[in-house]
Design a protein around this ligand. Structure first.
Ligand SMILES: [Zn+2]
Length: 268
């Protein structure tokens, strides 16, 4: 019988560390995994010697505690283990494992980068009842970094607006996207980004859905809207190209792991 890969997030655990805990160690932005073809999440025993004394509890996946930590990029790995960035692991880990790894990466990164109080410099302490590190001197609290970004499918009749960034794989185009400014609503960010990147005006953005995106710490807020006015003029400082595509003549689309692809699949 297949055991469903149910994940329950948790701030802390009541039991002691177990040999079969899943331990997700990040060297820079890469997860330490087996270098074998059948990638899976390592256990505490398998990575013994590399696991720091203090780890961040992520939750429980299919009955097993998940812990995470950042380790030094220069750490020598035992043979059979290698660092792998998360994005290419999609499809090689199960969807549940991949999602947990994305969550773990953001928590390990937050923990690594908030060891000292940003106000007074005192070493911070992790809280048990809240996902935060607190300063014992001035009570300042640091929470995991989380950046809202909008991503939008803009259509005009039977055409969709797609852009190409210079860091995309060859021939790939995607929906436009951008970070929400401080003080700005998500809908206003959609209109601003489309105006900046493509030079056109759109109808009122409609909510589509969201996705946590751990590259590096975004919450992607998906919207759809229709073209309202203007000719497309690509902002070449941000993108290589922006243009309308019909269903019959589409470029290479983003991978199925992304909300960009969900937005496009929904239209196709
Ligand atoms: Zn402080």
């Amino acid at each position: 019988m297949l055991v469903a890969m149910v994940f329950e997030p948790a701030l802390s655990r009541s039991d002691d560390p177990q040999d079969d805990d899943r331990v997700l160690l990040f060297a820079g932005n890469a997860l330490i995994v087996t270098s074998a073809a059948d990638v899976r999440l390592p256990t505490r025993t398998e990575l013994a010697g590399l696991v720091p004394a203090e780890t961040v509890h992520v939750g429980v996946l299919a009955g097993q505690a998940v812990e995470t930590a950042a380790i030094d990029k220069e750490t020598e790995l035992p043979s059979g283990w290698a660092p792998e960035t998360l994005r290419p692991l999609h499809g090689r880990l199960s969807d549940a494992e991949w999602a947990v790894a994305g969550r773990a990466f953001q928590l390990a990164e937050w923990d690594r980068t908030h060891r000292f109080c940003g106000v007074c410099g005192t070493p911070t302490e992790r809280l048990d009842d809240e996902r935060a590190r607190a300063c014992p001197t001035c009570t300042h609290r640091a929470y995991p970094r989380h950046s809202p970004a909008v991503i939008m499918r803009i259509t005009r009749g039977d055409e969709v607006l797609l852009g190409r960034s210079s860091h995309f794989p060859p021939d790939m185009y995607s929906t436009l996207a951008g970070f929400v400014d401080v003080g700005e609503s998500a809908e206003a960010a959609v209109r601003r980004e489309v105006r900046e990147e493509a030079g056109i005006e759109i109808t009122e953005p409609q909510w589509f859905g969201s996705q946590s995106w751990a590259f590096p710490h975004s919450l992607m807020l998906g919207f759809t809207a229709e073209w309202a006015s203007g000719d497309v003029v690509a902002d070449l400082t941000e993108l290589e190209d922006v243009q309308w595509f019909t269903r019959e003549h589409l470029p290479v689309l983003p991978p199925p792991s992304s909300i960009a692809r969900r937005l496009l699949d929904d239209w196709l």
